[in-house]
Design a protein around this ligand. Structure first.
Ligand SMILES: Cc1cc2nc3c(=O)[nH]c(=O)nc-3n(C[C@H](O)[C@H](O)[C@H](O)COP(=O)(O)OP(=O)(O)OC[C@H]3O[C@@H](n4cnc5c(N)ncnc54)[C@H](O)[C@@H]3O)c2cc1C
Length: 267
């Protein structure tokens, strides 16, 4: 396929997150909430979709349908202004840094039979189980049988400055909450490595800082009782709607067990 740097060129964006599964959507929500323009490019679906009922993710005492859980993560990303699109990231190249935008990387994204480009300052690889697009950057990886993991430091930085990795791709334990937590941590590392003035992503009651003579720190927000009640009502409405009916997407299993490339079961 031909690379298209013209009509189909996207960006520049601050953060390109590769993979819209558990780690990627969580990382993206954190970077977007800190004000970084964030694009998630996802190909296929989270491996969590093969789960039959998620029963160990905190906050769901009776468990949750895994496809519904993915929808909730996507909704949360959307509500926080994350941009999402379908496509397979096939390659990431380093380019000379643009003094104005800070762009350092160009990613090639295969979608709808074309190869589009995305220009970005930061890359977060959250694409279990594909790390091949990092080869051109010589990111340090580790092969283990048929699996390939990306080496990161304790904050999610890879061996390539400006490139981060999160979730199972970094050999974290194979559990959704671990990937979500790591995605959040890596997203926050990106925020701290950027030029965003930042303290914590907190929503506090009115007066929490200001009644003690302090400015509301960057990243934090104080909300009054009316706004707090409005947000609670909205959250109840949204969750009621999400949980109103059984999820429509069929259960998945391992694709080798059925004649369906996504492993969908007939029910
Ligand atoms: C059968 C089964 C049951 C499970 N049950 C549980 C459970 O009960 N509880 C639990 O905590 N965990 C469970 N897990 C594990 C859990 O699904 C994973 O640990 C978790 O989803 C890993 O999150 P991740 O974000 O790293 O990867 P994923 O959620 O898989 O997300 C990676 C995303 O990146 C996309 N991607 C890959 N390559 C590219 C590319 N080149 N370009 C763009 N996008 C790309 C993938 O298609 C995918 O959408 C289960 C797993 C399986 C297989």
């Amino acid at each position: 396929m031909e690379r298209d740097d013209g009509e189909h060129a996207h960006g520049p964006t601050d953060v390109l997150v590769v993979g819209g599964g558990v780690a990627g959507l969580t990382a993206a929500t954190f970077t977007a909430r800190a004000g970084l323009d964030t694009l998630v490019v996802n190909d296929g679906e989270s491996i969590l979709n093969r789960n039959a009922h998620v029963e160990n993710f905190p906050g769901f005492p009776a468990g949750v349908n895994s496809r519904l859980f993915g929808d909730l993560l996507a909704e949360q990303a959307d509500r926080n202004d994350v941009r999402r699109r379908e496509g397979r990231v096939a390659d990431v190249e380093r380019v000379e840094e643009d003094g104005e935008t800070g762009v350092r990387f160009v990613a090639s994204v295969e979608a709808d039979g074309t190869v589009e480009t995305v220009r970005t300052r930061f890359v977060v690889a959250a694409s279990w189980s594909d790390a091949d697009y990092l080869d051109g950057l010589n990111a340090t990886t580790r092969d283990a049988g048929s699996k390939r993991y990306v080496d990161v430091d304790e904050r999610g930085r890879t061996s390539v400055e400006g490139v981060y990795a999160a979730g199972r791709l970094t050999e974290k334990y194979h559990q959704a909450v671990v990937s979500a937590g790591h995605g959040a941590e890596v997203g926050l590392t990106v925020v701290h490595d950027s030029d965003v003035s930042y303290y914590h992503d907190w929503v506090a009651p009115e007066g929490y800082f200001t009644d003690r003579g302090r400015e509301v720190p960057p990243g934090c927000e104080e909300i009054d009782a009316e706004e707090r009640k409005r947000r609670e009502a909205e959250s109840r409405e949204v969750m009621t709607e999400f949980f109103a009916d059984p999820h429509e997407e069929p259960q998945r299993t391992h694709p080798s067990l059925v004649e369906d490339e996504r492993g969908r079961l007939d029910e």
